[in-house]
Design a protein around this ligand. Structure first.
Ligand SMILES: [Zn+2]
Length: 68
Protein backbone atom coordinates (compact mmCIF):
# COMPACT_ATOMS: atom_id res chain seq x y z
CA UNK A 1 0.00 0.00 0.00
CA UNK A 2 1.50 3.29 -1.05
CA UNK A 3 -0.66 5.03 1.47
CA UNK A 4 1.98 5.67 4.10
CA UNK A 5 3.97 7.71 1.63
CA UNK A 6 1.00 9.99 1.11
CA UNK A 7 0.25 10.26 4.80
CA UNK A 8 3.79 11.10 5.83
CA UNK A 9 3.97 13.68 3.09
CA UNK A 10 0.73 15.25 4.29
CA UNK A 11 2.02 15.27 7.86
CA UNK A 12 5.11 17.20 6.84
CA UNK A 13 3.07 19.44 4.55
CA UNK A 14 0.89 20.28 7.52
CA UNK A 15 3.85 22.11 9.07
CA UNK A 16 4.03 24.43 6.08
CA UNK A 17 0.49 24.82 4.88
CA UNK A 18 -3.10 24.20 5.89
CA UNK A 19 -4.42 20.82 4.87
CA UNK A 20 -7.84 20.39 3.37
CA UNK A 21 -10.48 18.60 5.39
CA UNK A 22 -10.16 15.66 3.01
CA UNK A 23 -6.45 15.45 3.73
CA UNK A 24 -7.00 15.56 7.49
CA UNK A 25 -9.60 12.87 7.12
CA UNK A 26 -7.15 10.62 5.31
CA UNK A 27 -4.66 11.16 8.13
CA UNK A 28 -7.23 10.56 10.84
CA UNK A 29 -8.37 7.36 9.24
CA UNK A 30 -4.88 6.11 8.68
CA UNK A 31 -3.03 6.95 11.91
CA UNK A 32 -4.98 4.61 14.21
CA UNK A 33 -4.11 1.73 11.92
CA UNK A 34 -0.44 2.47 11.40
CA UNK A 35 2.20 2.78 14.11
CA UNK A 36 4.78 3.76 11.52
CA UNK A 37 2.93 6.93 10.60
CA UNK A 38 2.14 7.68 14.24
CA UNK A 39 5.86 7.52 14.98
CA UNK A 40 6.55 9.74 12.02
CA UNK A 41 4.12 12.33 13.29
CA UNK A 42 5.70 12.19 16.74
CA UNK A 43 9.14 12.64 15.24
CA UNK A 44 8.36 15.65 13.10
CA UNK A 45 6.72 17.25 16.11
CA UNK A 46 9.82 16.63 18.19
CA UNK A 47 12.04 17.90 15.41
CA UNK A 48 10.00 21.03 15.18
CA UNK A 49 10.11 21.58 18.94
CA UNK A 50 13.83 20.85 18.95
CA UNK A 51 14.42 23.41 16.21
CA UNK A 52 12.71 26.03 18.34
CA UNK A 53 14.71 25.04 21.42
CA UNK A 54 18.01 25.09 19.56
CA UNK A 55 17.46 28.51 18.08
CA UNK A 56 16.48 29.75 21.54
CA UNK A 57 19.66 28.32 23.04
CA UNK A 58 21.78 29.76 20.26
CA UNK A 59 20.50 33.29 20.71
CA UNK A 60 20.91 32.97 24.48
CA UNK A 61 24.50 31.88 23.96
CA UNK A 62 25.17 34.72 21.59
CA UNK A 63 23.87 37.19 24.15
CA UNK A 64 25.58 35.45 27.08
CA UNK A 65 29.18 34.50 26.53
CA UNK A 66 31.48 35.73 23.80
CA UNK A 67 32.06 32.28 22.38
CA UNK A 68 30.09 32.42 19.17
ZN1 LIG B 1 1.13 4.46 7.53
Amino acid sequence: MGKCKNITRLLSDALDRSLTSGEWLAIRLHLPTCSGCRNYRKQIRLLRAAAHTVSGIESADAAGNGER
